[in-house]
Every structure is written in C-alpha cells, then in structure tokens.
Design a protein around this ligand. Structure first.
Ligand code: ZN
Ligand code: ZN
Length: 629
C-alpha cells in the first residue's frame, strides 16, 4: 500500500504529459490495486481527484473495486451518478456485472429490475456474464420464475451458469433439485462443489455435505470454509473445531478471515480458549485486518471464554465498530457480573453516537439480574421504549420477571406478566416459579405450574420445582405425587452436559458418564475429593434430588453431575495451579456450586464455570457471583 501512495504522489506532483500517457490508464491500475487490497474508499479518492474525464475503464475499475469489497450501496450510487453525468461514457457489460452483483448483495428487487431495464436498453442482455449475474440476482431476491426463464434463454451455458442454477435451487430450498443439476453437470469446478456443500449444510443435512466434501477431487480454502461454517451453523461445534484442526495441517492451504469467522463461534460455545488464543496469534502474526466480522467474532470468543479483558483489547483495536461489537462487550461484562462496568460501557456507547438495540438492553437487564439491582433494571426496561422506541420483547419481560422474582418481589412479577402485550411463555413463567421456590410461596407456585403445564404438558422443570417446594416445606406426600405425575408422563430432563478443553481437545461429560477413557481415574478423584470436602465441612445438598432414593444413592447422583466430572478430569489432566475452565449447558446446581467452591480451596486452583446464564469464578472457597445466580 505504501508503494501505491508513492505512485499516487508522483501522479499529483508530476502529471504525465497528456500525449504520452493517459492518466486514465494509471488510475485504472491504481484503483484495481486498491480494490484487491480491500481499500475501496481509497479507490474512490483516486477516481475523484485524479481524473477529469474518466473513461469507461476507470468507471468499471471503481465499480469493481466497490463490488469486490461488498460496498454495495456505493456501487449502485456510483452507477446512478455515471448515468446522470453529462458526457460520461455509457455503461457496458463490465459495468453491469458489478452493479447487478451489488443489487444481489443488497437483495434489492426494485433496484435490480431498474438495472435490468438498462441492461436491455444498452444491449447487453445476451452477454453471458451479465446474464449469469441476472439469474443469480433473481434467485437472490426470490423471483425464481424469472431466474429460470433467463437461465433457459441462455444460448451458451458455462460452468458459472450451471453453478448459478445450483446455488439458486439451494436458495429456494430445493436441495434435491440442486443436487440433480449438480450431478448432471458436464464440468464442475471448486465453486460447484462448495455451493452444493453449503446448500446441504444450510438445511442441516451435514451427512450429505460431508460426503461431498470427502469426495471432492481437490479442495481449496472455500470448500473447507463451507464445511466448517456448516458444522458451526448447525451447532456441531466439536466437528467444526476438529475440521479446523485438520485444515491447520493442510500444506499449501491459506486460512483466511472467513475460516476464522466460521470457527470462532464454535470455540466460543465450547469454551475452547486455547484454540481461540491460537487464532488470535495467527491473526497478529499474519497481520490480518481486524475487520468488523473477524473483530466481533474474536471479541465474542474471548467474552464467552471468560477473558473479558482480552475481549476489550480486541474491541479497542477494531477500526470500525458496530452495535454488535458494543453488545458483545456489554453482554460479556454482564455475564461476568460486572454490572457497573456494563452500565458505564453503555454510557460510552451512547457517547460514541451508537444507537442501542434490543440486545443491548438484554445485556443491561442481565447485568441487573446478576447483581440483584431491581430498580436499575426497571429503569432500563422503561428506557427502552420511552427513550429509544424499542418495544420490549418477550426475552426482556422474562429477564425483568426473573429479576423481580429473585429479589422476592413476586407480586410485582406476577402483575408484570399479566400486563405483557404478548402471551407469556414457559421461560417467563419459569422465572416466577424460581422465585416461588426460593421464597417458599407454594400457593403461587401451584398457580404458576398450571400455566406452564397448559403451555407445555411435558415441562419437566415445573414438576421438579414444585416437588422441591413441597419437599422443602415438609409436604412430602405432595412432593411424591408430583414426582409420580412426572414419571407417568415419562418426562426426561434435558441432560446436563459440561465441556472442558485440555491440550486442544474438547472433552464432553454427561451426568454419570462412564464413557471417558480415563473414567476410573476420574471417579477415584471424585471419591478422594468428596472425603476431603466432607472434612472441610461440605454437606451434599440432597434435598434437591427428587428421586425416591435413600441418602447414599442421593449423594452418588449428586457426585456424578457433569460439572463435577469435568472438574475431576481437569484436575487429573492439567498441571498444578492451572486454571480449570468449564462450560455447562444448564444452570449449575446448588450442590455443584457449593462443592466447586470447596474444591477450589482444597486444590488451590481457580475454577471458572460458564453456565447457561453467567460466569462463576471460584477461588479460595468463594465464587464471584456471591451465591447470587
Ligand atoms: Zn450439580
Ligand atoms: Zn457462582
């Protein structure tokens, strides 16, 4: 890029004599370089400042530079300027290819139709490239009939035309038809394969996607990206990470930003921090630009893996930030229980002139929930609508009901539910039920359970909660009846699952899991821990186990919760003093929370658990949540 600025300076200081070199020619070259270097704005500067009479090549170079860098609106507005400027050269097939691509990018049907009229007017309709772009455009805006008609009228069809058809069928949701076109193609290139893989992945058919991926005669980074993104989008995070580890070993394959953007969410979900850090180093070593997508994905990974300081470092290094970037930091701070910092980040966001979104307010409300700040929560809840015109969604109501319920304001919570403009869902009622349990309000609890079972007759959580309320009040008969009803309906709880990353591999544990190769060692570690913990005064919270079993069995059930297995595995497989990081899919239970506090003290380790709603930093027998979660 520096070299380019030098040439540009020369162009300004010593304009070439008009007869010998055409300034257009040099400008076209420079614009092309800017386009390839992802610097379309600079290309626009060269165009406006160095060309008094831009020719068609210059116009097309600029349009291409815009389109190449997804600057769709700029592409279209430059095209409109070109059309209305007196003596500007008329558009040709290259002009249209870029402009149609921009219309597809924006999925703007109206604009696309307008451009299509110009295509006809300037006689470019029979050009193959223009025609291919038009087919693609009509598929993207959902006008499949016109797309087909244009494809059928194509006189010469190349591999690009066929690829457009394959991608079009995938877009319209007819993957089988796409496959039959794909199978019938005389010639296929890498794009054909990747399109088909992405098509399968989009509709969750990962088996067929993988089969194609394995069958491909050769693969480039786009094919790998399609498969990794497919896994990540379908929540097969472990597979996404596995495939990424394979790509690292491929010689001659250059990992690009798309690859990283695809795999980072998988790292975030699994808590695979080592891999995430490797990616961060890779970005820095290769001097990759921290664009909006990559920056957001990296910051989000750090925030979700419990490294809020690193998340903030990435955020601060990003040249361009959008509302998603701010939301990542605010939500991250909230998840860590840093409520006041989340609030000040929100103020900072407003000072930067950024408009908050509904997700911003979810973050703020979550922060209030974890800190038990009811009045602040109410303030933000009302601010949404009154100041920013954002109508609260059901999630916001759920969060506020949760906040009110946790702090014992059950009446207000119930009133809020009845004032909701939408039908409350199981989560909203569930939040109130949680409050009923904590504050032993059996009467209200029964009422709430009725609402929940109306919505979802198989809702296991409500039976468990109700049974727990009865049990803790000593109404053991009612508790037993409740459990019986649950068994009659054959309700299964969502299995608790915990993940831990050791040596770049993610290990998964379910409750009572015996499948891990080191199972024996893990269980003997647990037994050892429990005897030490009991000496330290730990008592298992067996009243939470609702099964009709004796005390010893209850203790066993508790000691094999997935998070305890993961902790035990972490202890035997990492060196002394290493921080243990665990991710759990559900809320960490009271007993595990107590147990891990004690364990952190006994083994002198920091243990970080991310559960469904927040982070717990266990250290020296205490947790950062102060037992409020
Ligand atoms: Zn547990
Ligand atoms: Zn905690």
């Amino acid at each position: 890029m520096r070299h380019l600025y030098q040439i540009q300076t020369q162009l300004v200081t010593f304009p070439p004599p008009h007869e010998s070199i055409n300034p257009n020619m040099i400008a076209v070259k420079l614009i092309g370089v800017c386009g390839n270097r992802a610097n379309a704005r600079h290309a626009a500067l060269i165009f406006t400042h160095h060309l008094t009479h831009p020719n068609i090549f210059a116009h097309n170079a600029l349009l291409k530079a815009f389109a190449q860098n997804n600057e769709w609106s700029c592409t279209i507005s430059h095209f409109n300027t070109q059309l209305t400027t007196p003596h500007a050269p008329p558009p040709d097939e290259y002009t249209f290819t870029s402009v149609i691509k921009a219309c597809s990018g924006l999925a703007q049907e109206r604009e696309g139709q307008k451009v299509h009229c110009f295509v006809t007017k300037y006689g470019c309709e029979s050009n193959r490239f223009v025609r291919n772009s038009l087919v693609d455009l009509y598929f993207k805006v959902g006008d499949f009939e016109i797309a087909h008609k244009l494809f059928d009228e194509l006189l010469v069809r190349d591999v690009v035309s066929w690829n457009t058809l394959v991608s079009g069928y995938c877009l319209s949701g007819d993957v089988d038809k796409a496959r039959s076109v794909f199978d019938g193609m005389a010639e296929r290139n890498l794009v054909s394969w990747s399109t088909m893989i992405a098509g399968y992945a989009k509709f969750g058919n990962l088996d067929d996607a993988r089969k194609l991926f394995d069958e491909m005669p050769e693969r480039n980074v786009v094919s790998w990206n399609a498969m990794i993104a497919g896994y990540a989008q379908n929540e097969k995070y472990g597979d996404a990470v596995d495939l990424f580890c394979q790509i690292q070993q491929q010689k001659g394959l250059v990992i690009n930003a798309v690859t990283l953007v695809s795999v980072l969410p998988a790292c975030a979900h699994l808590g695979a921090l080592d891999l995430g850090k490797w990616i961060d180093r890779f970005i820095r070593q290769n001097k990759m630009a921290l664009g909006l997508f990559l920056g957001n994905a990296l910051a989000d990974m750090y925030a979700k893996c419990g490294c809020i300081v690193d998340a903030r470092r990435v955020f601060d290094a990003m040249q361009e930030k959008d509302v998603i970037s701010w939301n990542i930091i605010i939500t991250g701070l909230a998840m860590h229980g840093h409520a006041n910092e989340a609030f000040s980040c929100f103020r900072e966001m407003l000072e930067h002139g950024m408009m908050p979104s509904d997700i911003t307010f979810m973050g703020l409300l979550t922060a209030c929930t974890h800190a038990g700040m009811v009045d602040k929560g109410l303030e933000y809840f009302h601010m949404m609508d009154r100041v920013y015109g954002i109508s609260p969604k059901i999630e916001h109501y759920g969060c506020l009901v949760d906040l009110l319920s946790r702090t014992g304001r059950l009446d207000e919570a119930e009133k809020l539910i009845s004032s909701m403009p939408m039908k409350p869902n199981v989560i909203v009622w569930g939040a109130l039920l949680g409050g009923c349990r904590t504050y032993k309000d059996a009467e209200r609890g029964e009422r709430v359970v009725q609402h929940i079972l109306e919505l979802q007759p198989s809702h296991s959580g409500s039976y468990v909660y109700l049974a727990n309320i009865y049990a803790s009040m000593g109404r053991l008969d009612d508790a037993a009846k409740c459990r019986l009803r649950m068994r009659d309906n054959e309700i299964m709880k969502t299995p608790g699952c915990s993940w831990i990353e050791v040596d770049n591999t993610v290990h998964e544990f379910f409750m009572g899991d015996l499948s891990h190769p080191l199972s024996d060692k893990i269980y003997s570690m647990i037994r050892e821990l429990i005897s030490k913990m009991k000496l330290a005064g730990y008592k298992p919270k067996t009243d939470l186990v609702t099964h009709n079993v004796d005390e010893e069995e209850k203790e066993n059930a508790l000691s094999t919760h997935s998070e305890k297995l993961a902790v035990a595995f972490g202890l035997i497989s990492t060196s002394e003093g290493t921080t243990i990081r665990i991710v759990k899919n559900l809320r960490v239970c009271n007993d595990c929370h107590d147990a891990i506090k004690v364990i952190s003290d006994i083994v002198r380790r920091e243990i970080i658990v991310r559960d469904r709603s927040r982070f717990h930093h266990f250290k020296n027998g205490r947790c950062s949540c102060n037992d409020f979660w």
